[in-house]
Design a protein around this ligand. Sequence first.
Ligand code: UD1
Ligand code: CA
Length: 459
Amino acid sequence: MPNLSIVILAAGQGKRMQSALPKVLHPIGGKPMLQRVVETASLLKPRNIAIVIGHGGDKVRAAFDTDLAPIQWVEQAQQLGTGHAVLQALPVIGESDTTLILYGDVPLIGHVTLSRLVEAAGKETLVWLTATVDDPVGLGRIVRNQNGDVSAIVEDRDATEQQHGICEINTGFLACPTSWLTHWLPKLGTNNAQGEYYLTDILKLAVEDRKTVITYSPSANWEIAGVNSRAQLVALERIYQRENAHRLLDAGVSLLDAARIDVRGSLQCEPDVTIDVNVIFEGDVWLGRGVKVGANCILKNCRVGAATEIMPFTHIDGAVIGERAKIGPYARLRPTTTLGNEVHIGNFVEVKASRIDEASKANHLSYLGDTIVGKNVNIGAGTITCNYDGANKHQTVIEDDVHIGSDVQLIAPVTVHTGATIGAGTTVWKNVPSQSLTINPKSQAIQTGWLRPIKKTTA
Ligand code: UD1
Ligand code: CA
Protein backbone atom coordinates (compact mmCIF):
# COMPACT_ATOMS: atom_id res chain seq x y z
CA MET A 1 0.00 0.00 0.00
CA PRO A 2 1.23 3.54 -0.78
CA ASN A 3 1.93 6.01 2.02
CA LEU A 4 -0.88 8.27 3.10
CA SER A 5 -1.02 12.06 3.04
CA ILE A 6 -4.02 13.83 4.52
CA VAL A 7 -5.26 17.29 3.58
CA ILE A 8 -7.62 19.03 6.00
CA LEU A 9 -9.50 22.04 4.64
CA ALA A 10 -9.93 24.70 7.28
CA ALA A 11 -9.59 28.04 5.51
CA GLY A 12 -13.24 29.08 5.50
CA GLN A 13 -14.25 32.03 7.65
CA GLY A 14 -17.31 30.57 9.29
CA LYS A 15 -19.14 33.89 9.09
CA ARG A 16 -22.38 32.37 10.34
CA MET A 17 -20.78 31.46 13.68
CA GLN A 18 -20.73 35.22 14.50
CA SER A 19 -17.57 34.68 16.50
CA ALA A 20 -14.06 36.05 16.96
CA LEU A 21 -12.92 32.46 17.42
CA PRO A 22 -12.11 30.74 14.10
CA LYS A 23 -14.86 28.23 13.34
CA VAL A 24 -12.66 25.12 13.49
CA LEU A 25 -11.60 26.02 17.06
CA HIS A 26 -15.15 25.85 18.38
CA PRO A 27 -15.41 22.74 20.55
CA ILE A 28 -17.36 19.53 20.25
CA GLY A 29 -17.16 17.41 23.39
CA GLY A 30 -14.69 19.91 24.87
CA LYS A 31 -12.15 19.67 22.05
CA PRO A 32 -11.74 22.06 19.11
CA MET A 33 -13.38 20.55 16.01
CA LEU A 34 -10.09 20.65 14.12
CA GLN A 35 -8.36 18.78 16.95
CA ARG A 36 -10.92 16.00 16.66
CA VAL A 37 -10.26 15.77 12.93
CA VAL A 38 -6.48 15.71 13.50
CA GLU A 39 -6.85 12.99 16.16
CA THR A 40 -8.98 10.86 13.84
CA ALA A 41 -6.56 11.50 10.97
CA SER A 42 -3.63 10.41 13.18
CA LEU A 43 -5.28 7.02 13.74
CA LEU A 44 -4.70 6.34 10.02
CA LYS A 45 -0.93 6.77 10.54
CA PRO A 46 -0.42 9.28 7.73
CA ARG A 47 3.04 10.37 6.62
CA ASN A 48 1.86 13.96 6.92
CA ILE A 49 -1.19 16.07 7.56
CA ALA A 50 -1.46 19.30 5.57
CA ILE A 51 -3.91 21.74 7.11
CA VAL A 52 -5.10 24.50 4.78
CA ILE A 53 -5.75 27.67 6.78
CA GLY A 54 -6.87 31.14 5.82
CA HIS A 55 -9.15 33.22 8.00
CA GLY A 56 -7.81 33.36 11.56
CA GLY A 57 -4.95 31.10 10.48
CA ASP A 58 -2.57 32.39 13.14
CA LYS A 59 -5.02 31.62 15.92
CA VAL A 60 -5.65 28.16 14.50
CA ARG A 61 -1.94 27.44 14.23
CA ALA A 62 -1.29 28.69 17.77
CA ALA A 63 -3.93 26.33 19.15
CA PHE A 64 -2.02 23.23 18.00
CA ASP A 65 0.93 21.35 19.33
CA THR A 66 2.57 20.09 16.15
CA ASP A 67 4.60 17.53 18.12
CA LEU A 68 1.45 15.45 18.49
CA ALA A 69 1.00 14.88 14.75
CA PRO A 70 3.07 15.43 11.57
CA ILE A 71 1.23 18.68 10.77
CA GLN A 72 2.23 21.03 7.96
CA TRP A 73 0.44 24.35 7.70
CA VAL A 74 -0.57 25.61 4.27
CA GLU A 75 -1.82 29.16 3.74
CA GLN A 76 -4.66 29.81 1.35
CA ALA A 77 -4.69 33.61 1.30
CA GLN A 78 -7.93 33.90 -0.66
CA GLN A 79 -10.72 31.34 -0.44
CA LEU A 80 -11.19 30.66 -4.12
CA GLY A 81 -12.89 27.29 -3.62
CA THR A 82 -12.29 23.78 -2.35
CA GLY A 83 -10.35 22.78 -5.49
CA HIS A 84 -8.04 25.78 -5.05
CA ALA A 85 -7.59 24.90 -1.38
CA VAL A 86 -6.39 21.36 -2.10
CA LEU A 87 -4.14 22.69 -4.88
CA GLN A 88 -2.30 24.83 -2.28
CA ALA A 89 -1.47 21.70 -0.31
CA LEU A 90 -0.01 19.69 -3.21
CA PRO A 91 3.57 20.96 -2.80
CA VAL A 92 3.78 19.55 0.74
CA ILE A 93 2.28 16.11 0.09
CA GLY A 94 4.01 13.10 -1.45
CA GLU A 95 3.45 12.61 -5.17
CA SER A 96 3.49 8.81 -4.81
CA ASP A 97 1.13 8.82 -1.79
CA THR A 98 -2.58 8.27 -1.51
CA THR A 99 -4.27 11.55 -0.53
CA LEU A 100 -7.30 11.75 1.72
CA ILE A 101 -9.29 14.99 1.95
CA LEU A 102 -10.88 15.93 5.29
CA TYR A 103 -12.65 19.02 6.65
CA GLY A 104 -11.90 20.97 9.82
CA ASP A 105 -15.58 21.72 10.31
CA VAL A 106 -16.78 18.11 9.95
CA PRO A 107 -15.51 16.85 13.31
CA LEU A 108 -17.19 13.49 13.83
CA ILE A 109 -15.97 11.64 10.76
CA GLY A 110 -15.11 8.13 11.87
CA HIS A 111 -11.79 6.43 11.37
CA VAL A 112 -13.44 3.18 10.23
CA THR A 113 -15.16 5.04 7.40
CA LEU A 114 -11.89 6.76 6.49
CA SER A 115 -9.80 3.61 6.51
CA ARG A 116 -12.17 2.04 4.00
CA LEU A 117 -11.68 5.05 1.69
CA VAL A 118 -7.91 4.94 2.05
CA GLU A 119 -7.66 1.24 1.48
CA ALA A 120 -9.71 1.32 -1.72
CA ALA A 121 -7.90 4.43 -3.00
CA GLY A 122 -4.58 2.63 -2.57
CA LYS A 123 -5.66 0.35 -5.40
CA GLU A 124 -5.59 3.07 -8.08
CA THR A 125 -9.13 4.25 -7.45
CA LEU A 126 -10.92 7.52 -6.80
CA VAL A 127 -13.15 6.83 -3.80
CA TRP A 128 -15.81 9.35 -3.01
CA LEU A 129 -17.85 9.35 0.19
CA THR A 130 -21.51 10.05 -0.56
CA ALA A 131 -24.64 9.80 1.56
CA THR A 132 -28.36 9.65 1.05
CA VAL A 133 -30.14 12.30 3.09
CA ASP A 134 -33.71 13.47 3.57
CA ASP A 135 -32.91 17.13 3.01
CA PRO A 136 -30.20 17.67 0.38
CA VAL A 137 -30.76 21.44 0.04
CA GLY A 138 -27.49 23.38 -0.24
CA LEU A 139 -25.36 20.30 -0.88
CA GLY A 140 -23.67 18.97 -4.01
CA ARG A 141 -25.69 16.22 -5.72
CA ILE A 142 -24.28 12.98 -7.09
CA VAL A 143 -25.24 12.50 -10.71
CA ARG A 144 -25.26 8.90 -12.00
CA ASN A 145 -25.72 7.52 -15.53
CA GLN A 146 -28.19 4.84 -16.65
CA ASN A 147 -25.85 2.12 -15.35
CA GLY A 148 -25.79 3.73 -11.94
CA ASP A 149 -22.16 4.83 -12.32
CA VAL A 150 -21.25 8.27 -10.95
CA SER A 151 -20.67 10.77 -13.71
CA ALA A 152 -20.53 14.17 -11.99
CA ILE A 153 -21.23 16.23 -8.89
CA VAL A 154 -23.35 19.34 -9.31
CA GLU A 155 -23.49 22.01 -6.67
CA ASP A 156 -26.92 23.04 -5.38
CA ARG A 157 -26.63 26.42 -7.06
CA ASP A 158 -25.66 24.90 -10.41
CA ALA A 159 -28.19 22.07 -10.36
CA THR A 160 -31.17 21.73 -12.70
CA GLU A 161 -34.63 21.34 -11.24
CA GLN A 162 -34.47 17.61 -11.88
CA GLN A 163 -31.05 17.35 -10.19
CA HIS A 164 -32.43 19.18 -7.13
CA GLY A 165 -34.56 16.08 -6.61
CA ILE A 166 -31.46 13.88 -6.08
CA CYS A 167 -31.02 12.88 -2.43
CA GLU A 168 -27.56 11.35 -2.78
CA ILE A 169 -25.17 14.10 -1.76
CA ASN A 170 -21.47 14.84 -1.77
CA THR A 171 -19.99 14.68 1.71
CA GLY A 172 -16.76 16.25 0.43
CA PHE A 173 -14.61 13.36 1.68
CA LEU A 174 -12.55 11.55 -0.94
CA ALA A 175 -9.32 9.66 -1.43
CA CYS A 176 -7.23 8.92 -4.53
CA PRO A 177 -3.62 8.68 -5.72
CA THR A 178 -1.94 12.07 -5.19
CA SER A 179 -0.57 12.05 -8.74
CA TRP A 180 -4.12 12.18 -10.06
CA LEU A 181 -4.82 15.33 -8.06
CA THR A 182 -1.60 16.88 -9.41
CA HIS A 183 -2.89 16.17 -12.88
CA TRP A 184 -6.49 17.34 -12.42
CA LEU A 185 -6.44 20.28 -10.00
CA PRO A 186 -4.57 22.72 -12.30
CA LYS A 187 -7.21 22.02 -14.95
CA LEU A 188 -10.15 23.25 -12.86
CA GLY A 189 -12.02 26.31 -14.03
CA THR A 190 -14.42 28.72 -12.34
CA ASN A 191 -17.26 28.53 -14.81
CA ASN A 192 -20.01 28.00 -12.21
CA ALA A 193 -22.59 29.91 -10.20
CA GLN A 194 -20.11 30.82 -7.43
CA GLY A 195 -17.08 31.52 -9.67
CA GLU A 196 -15.02 29.10 -7.52
CA TYR A 197 -12.58 26.29 -8.23
CA TYR A 198 -14.72 23.31 -7.28
CA LEU A 199 -12.91 20.23 -5.99
CA THR A 200 -15.99 18.29 -7.05
CA ASP A 201 -15.19 18.91 -10.72
CA ILE A 202 -12.33 16.38 -10.56
CA LEU A 203 -14.96 13.67 -10.67
CA LYS A 204 -15.83 14.50 -14.26
CA LEU A 205 -12.11 14.56 -15.15
CA ALA A 206 -11.68 11.12 -13.58
CA VAL A 207 -14.53 9.75 -15.65
CA GLU A 208 -13.02 11.32 -18.79
CA ASP A 209 -9.64 9.76 -17.94
CA ARG A 210 -11.40 6.38 -17.51
CA LYS A 211 -10.18 5.99 -13.96
CA THR A 212 -11.93 3.64 -11.56
CA VAL A 213 -14.37 5.72 -9.51
CA ILE A 214 -16.35 4.22 -6.65
CA THR A 215 -18.52 5.59 -3.88
CA TYR A 216 -18.79 4.56 -0.27
CA SER A 217 -21.18 5.76 2.38
CA PRO A 218 -20.35 6.53 6.03
CA SER A 219 -21.23 4.14 8.86
CA ALA A 220 -23.69 6.79 10.12
CA ASN A 221 -24.85 10.05 8.58
CA TRP A 222 -23.87 12.16 11.61
CA GLU A 223 -20.25 11.41 10.71
CA ILE A 224 -20.51 13.71 7.72
CA ALA A 225 -22.43 16.55 9.40
CA GLY A 226 -20.62 19.86 8.99
CA VAL A 227 -20.85 22.92 11.21
CA ASN A 228 -21.66 26.31 9.70
CA SER A 229 -23.67 27.87 12.55
CA ARG A 230 -23.96 27.65 16.31
CA ALA A 231 -27.27 25.85 15.89
CA GLN A 232 -25.48 23.12 13.88
CA LEU A 233 -22.67 23.09 16.46
CA VAL A 234 -25.03 22.44 19.37
CA ALA A 235 -27.00 19.86 17.38
CA LEU A 236 -23.77 17.99 16.66
CA GLU A 237 -22.69 18.34 20.31
CA ARG A 238 -25.88 16.51 21.34
CA ILE A 239 -25.19 13.77 18.79
CA TYR A 240 -21.62 13.43 20.02
CA GLN A 241 -22.76 13.19 23.65
CA ARG A 242 -25.45 10.63 22.79
CA GLU A 243 -22.97 8.44 20.90
CA ASN A 244 -20.40 8.76 23.65
CA ALA A 245 -22.99 7.82 26.30
CA HIS A 246 -23.80 4.68 24.35
CA ARG A 247 -20.11 3.80 24.11
CA LEU A 248 -19.97 4.03 27.93
CA LEU A 249 -23.07 1.86 28.35
CA ASP A 250 -21.54 -0.72 26.00
CA ALA A 251 -18.37 -0.67 28.10
CA GLY A 252 -20.32 -1.60 31.25
CA VAL A 253 -21.00 1.82 32.78
CA SER A 254 -24.45 2.47 34.29
CA LEU A 255 -25.90 5.83 33.34
CA LEU A 256 -29.13 6.78 35.04
CA ASP A 257 -29.99 8.78 31.93
CA ALA A 258 -27.95 8.49 28.74
CA ALA A 259 -29.21 11.94 27.68
CA ARG A 260 -27.96 13.69 30.81
CA ILE A 261 -24.20 13.23 30.84
CA ASP A 262 -21.66 15.51 29.20
CA VAL A 263 -18.12 14.37 28.52
CA ARG A 264 -15.92 17.28 27.44
CA GLY A 265 -12.66 15.46 27.09
CA SER A 266 -11.91 11.83 27.82
CA LEU A 267 -13.62 9.64 30.41
CA GLN A 268 -12.28 6.18 31.16
CA CYS A 269 -14.28 3.89 33.41
CA GLU A 270 -13.57 0.50 34.90
CA PRO A 271 -16.58 -1.87 35.06
CA ASP A 272 -19.63 -1.20 37.24
CA VAL A 273 -19.28 2.53 37.50
CA THR A 274 -22.62 4.26 38.11
CA ILE A 275 -23.20 7.84 37.02
CA ASP A 276 -26.35 9.70 38.04
CA VAL A 277 -27.88 12.52 36.01
CA ASN A 278 -26.35 15.87 35.02
CA VAL A 279 -22.73 15.03 35.59
CA ILE A 280 -20.13 16.92 33.54
CA PHE A 281 -16.68 15.43 32.91
CA GLU A 282 -13.89 17.67 31.68
CA GLY A 283 -10.31 16.98 30.61
CA ASP A 284 -9.00 13.51 31.48
CA VAL A 285 -11.02 11.61 34.05
CA TRP A 286 -10.49 8.03 35.22
CA LEU A 287 -13.03 6.23 37.43
CA GLY A 288 -12.08 2.95 39.09
CA ARG A 289 -14.23 -0.14 39.43
CA GLY A 290 -17.58 0.40 41.14
CA VAL A 291 -17.23 4.17 41.57
CA LYS A 292 -20.55 5.96 42.09
CA VAL A 293 -20.99 9.55 40.97
CA GLY A 294 -24.09 11.34 42.28
CA ALA A 295 -26.24 13.84 40.43
CA ASN A 296 -25.01 17.29 39.41
CA CYS A 297 -21.29 16.79 39.90
CA ILE A 298 -18.46 18.29 37.86
CA LEU A 299 -15.33 16.14 37.60
CA LYS A 300 -12.32 17.59 35.83
CA ASN A 301 -8.84 16.09 35.35
CA CYS A 302 -9.11 13.62 38.21
CA ARG A 303 -8.68 9.97 39.14
CA VAL A 304 -11.14 8.30 41.47
CA GLY A 305 -10.21 4.96 43.08
CA ALA A 306 -12.38 1.84 43.15
CA ALA A 307 -15.61 1.84 45.18
CA THR A 308 -15.35 5.52 46.04
CA GLU A 309 -18.59 7.44 46.20
CA ILE A 310 -18.89 11.01 44.95
CA MET A 311 -22.12 12.43 46.31
CA PRO A 312 -24.31 15.04 44.56
CA PHE A 313 -23.22 18.60 43.76
CA THR A 314 -19.53 17.92 44.20
CA HIS A 315 -16.92 19.82 42.20
CA ILE A 316 -13.56 18.16 41.61
CA ASP A 317 -10.69 19.68 39.65
CA GLY A 318 -7.21 18.21 39.52
CA ALA A 319 -7.47 15.67 42.34
CA VAL A 320 -6.41 12.07 42.85
CA ILE A 321 -8.76 10.17 45.16
CA GLY A 322 -8.11 6.77 46.72
CA GLU A 323 -10.41 3.77 47.07
CA ARG A 324 -13.59 3.51 49.18
CA ALA A 325 -13.55 7.23 49.90
CA LYS A 326 -16.70 9.31 50.38
CA ILE A 327 -16.77 12.80 48.91
CA GLY A 328 -19.62 15.30 49.20
CA PRO A 329 -22.40 16.18 48.88
CA TYR A 330 -21.33 19.76 48.09
CA ALA A 331 -17.60 19.18 48.39
CA ARG A 332 -14.96 21.04 46.41
CA LEU A 333 -11.57 19.52 45.62
CA ARG A 334 -9.09 21.85 43.93
CA PRO A 335 -5.92 21.14 41.95
CA THR A 336 -3.05 19.07 43.35
CA THR A 337 -5.14 17.46 46.02
CA THR A 338 -4.44 13.82 46.86
CA LEU A 339 -6.79 11.84 49.08
CA GLY A 340 -5.95 8.39 50.43
CA ASN A 341 -8.20 5.36 50.74
CA GLU A 342 -11.33 5.73 52.87
CA VAL A 343 -10.99 9.48 53.29
CA HIS A 344 -14.27 11.28 53.92
CA ILE A 345 -14.76 14.84 52.71
CA GLY A 346 -18.23 16.10 53.53
CA ASN A 347 -20.49 18.99 52.74
CA PHE A 348 -19.10 22.48 52.20
CA VAL A 349 -15.53 21.32 52.61
CA GLU A 350 -12.94 22.85 50.27
CA VAL A 351 -9.57 21.17 49.86
CA LYS A 352 -6.76 22.79 47.87
CA ALA A 353 -3.19 21.61 47.20
CA SER A 354 -3.36 19.20 50.09
CA ARG A 355 -2.60 15.59 50.85
CA ILE A 356 -4.93 13.71 53.15
CA ASP A 357 -3.95 10.18 54.12
CA GLU A 358 -5.96 7.05 54.72
CA ALA A 359 -9.18 7.10 56.75
CA SER A 360 -8.99 10.78 57.71
CA LYS A 361 -12.20 12.79 57.79
CA ALA A 362 -13.27 16.38 57.30
CA ASN A 363 -17.01 16.07 57.17
CA HIS A 364 -18.43 19.55 57.51
CA LEU A 365 -17.74 23.18 56.54
CA SER A 366 -13.94 23.32 56.34
CA TYR A 367 -11.13 24.83 54.31
CA LEU A 368 -7.94 22.82 54.03
CA GLY A 369 -5.34 24.56 51.87
CA ASP A 370 -1.61 23.71 51.49
CA THR A 371 -2.07 21.08 54.15
CA ILE A 372 -0.65 17.65 54.81
CA VAL A 373 -2.95 15.49 56.89
CA GLY A 374 -1.83 12.07 58.20
CA LYS A 375 -3.89 8.94 58.78
CA ASN A 376 -6.96 8.60 61.00
CA VAL A 377 -7.27 12.31 61.61
CA ASN A 378 -10.64 13.82 62.46
CA ILE A 379 -11.11 17.43 61.48
CA GLY A 380 -14.12 19.00 63.18
CA ALA A 381 -16.81 21.12 61.59
CA GLY A 382 -15.80 24.63 60.63
CA THR A 383 -12.05 24.08 60.90
CA ILE A 384 -10.01 26.41 58.70
CA THR A 385 -6.35 26.35 57.76
CA CYS A 386 -5.35 30.00 57.59
CA ASN A 387 -2.75 29.48 54.87
CA TYR A 388 -2.52 33.01 53.46
CA ASP A 389 -0.95 35.95 55.26
CA GLY A 390 -2.01 38.39 52.58
CA ALA A 391 1.24 37.95 50.66
CA ASN A 392 2.36 34.32 50.83
CA LYS A 393 0.87 30.89 51.32
CA HIS A 394 2.09 28.68 54.19
CA GLN A 395 1.82 25.01 55.02
CA THR A 396 -0.11 23.26 57.76
CA VAL A 397 0.94 19.76 58.85
CA ILE A 398 -1.45 17.60 60.82
CA GLU A 399 0.11 14.26 61.76
CA ASP A 400 -1.54 10.83 62.24
CA ASP A 401 -4.31 10.29 64.81
CA VAL A 402 -4.84 13.97 65.54
CA HIS A 403 -8.31 15.03 66.71
CA ILE A 404 -9.32 18.57 65.86
CA GLY A 405 -12.51 19.90 67.43
CA SER A 406 -15.03 22.14 65.74
CA ASP A 407 -14.32 25.70 64.63
CA VAL A 408 -10.55 25.61 64.93
CA GLN A 409 -8.23 27.98 63.06
CA LEU A 410 -4.75 26.73 62.24
CA ILE A 411 -2.48 29.69 61.50
CA ALA A 412 0.11 28.40 59.04
CA PRO A 413 2.95 27.62 59.04
CA VAL A 414 2.09 25.27 61.87
CA THR A 415 2.45 21.57 62.74
CA VAL A 416 0.18 19.49 64.94
CA HIS A 417 2.11 16.37 65.99
CA THR A 418 0.86 12.80 66.26
CA GLY A 419 -2.09 12.05 68.48
CA ALA A 420 -2.63 15.64 69.64
CA THR A 421 -6.11 16.94 70.48
CA ILE A 422 -7.24 20.50 69.74
CA GLY A 423 -10.30 21.71 71.63
CA ALA A 424 -13.26 23.30 69.89
CA GLY A 425 -12.95 26.98 69.03
CA THR A 426 -9.15 27.05 69.39
CA THR A 427 -6.83 29.28 67.38
CA VAL A 428 -3.58 27.38 66.91
CA TRP A 429 -0.59 29.74 66.42
CA LYS A 430 2.20 27.51 67.65
CA ASN A 431 3.31 23.99 66.90
CA VAL A 432 1.50 21.40 68.99
CA PRO A 433 3.41 18.48 70.58
CA SER A 434 2.33 14.84 70.40
CA GLN A 435 -0.38 13.42 72.65
CA SER A 436 -1.23 16.88 74.10
CA LEU A 437 -4.44 18.89 74.48
CA THR A 438 -4.49 22.46 73.16
CA ILE A 439 -7.19 24.97 74.04
CA ASN A 440 -7.22 28.77 74.19
CA PRO A 441 -7.98 30.12 77.65
CA LYS A 442 -11.49 31.47 77.42
CA SER A 443 -14.20 31.88 79.96
CA GLN A 444 -17.95 31.90 79.81
CA ALA A 445 -19.86 34.74 81.45
CA ILE A 446 -23.54 34.36 82.30
CA GLN A 447 -26.13 37.01 83.17
CA THR A 448 -29.24 35.41 84.52
CA GLY A 449 -32.68 36.89 83.88
CA TRP A 450 -31.57 38.66 80.71
CA LEU A 451 -34.37 40.43 78.86
CA ARG A 452 -34.00 40.62 75.11
CA PRO A 453 -34.73 44.02 73.48
CA ILE A 454 -38.28 44.28 72.18
CA LYS A 455 -39.07 45.58 68.67
CA LYS A 456 -40.67 49.04 68.69
CA THR A 457 -44.17 49.23 67.24
CA THR A 458 -45.11 52.31 65.13
CA ALA A 459 -48.40 54.13 65.86
C1 UD1 B 1 -18.89 21.65 -0.37
C2 UD1 B 1 -18.99 20.80 -1.64
C3 UD1 B 1 -20.38 20.20 -1.75
C4 UD1 B 1 -20.67 19.36 -0.51
C5 UD1 B 1 -20.48 20.21 0.74
C6 UD1 B 1 -20.57 19.33 1.98
C7 UD1 B 1 -17.50 21.82 -3.27
C8 UD1 B 1 -17.39 22.67 -4.46
N1 UD1 B 1 -18.71 21.66 -2.77
O1 UD1 B 1 -19.82 22.70 -0.50
O2 UD1 B 1 -20.50 19.42 -2.91
O3 UD1 B 1 -21.98 18.84 -0.57
O4 UD1 B 1 -19.17 20.82 0.76
O5 UD1 B 1 -20.52 20.15 3.10
O6 UD1 B 1 -16.51 21.29 -2.81
N2 UD1 B 1 -12.71 25.70 2.14
C9 UD1 B 1 -11.41 26.13 2.11
N3 UD1 B 1 -11.03 27.00 1.15
C10 UD1 B 1 -11.88 27.45 0.19
C11 UD1 B 1 -13.21 27.00 0.24
C12 UD1 B 1 -13.60 26.11 1.21
O7 UD1 B 1 -10.60 25.76 2.95
O8 UD1 B 1 -11.44 28.24 -0.66
C13 UD1 B 1 -13.12 24.76 3.17
C14 UD1 B 1 -14.13 25.37 4.10
O9 UD1 B 1 -13.48 25.90 5.25
C15 UD1 B 1 -15.00 24.19 4.49
C16 UD1 B 1 -14.92 23.27 3.27
O10 UD1 B 1 -13.78 23.69 2.56
O11 UD1 B 1 -14.46 23.47 5.56
C17 UD1 B 1 -16.16 23.31 2.43
O12 UD1 B 1 -16.31 24.61 1.91
P1 UD1 B 1 -17.73 25.28 1.74
O13 UD1 B 1 -17.55 26.59 1.09
O14 UD1 B 1 -18.48 25.23 2.99
O15 UD1 B 1 -18.35 24.29 0.66
P2 UD1 B 1 -19.85 24.02 0.43
O16 UD1 B 1 -20.41 25.12 -0.39
O17 UD1 B 1 -20.52 23.69 1.70
CA1 CA C 1 -20.02 23.98 4.20
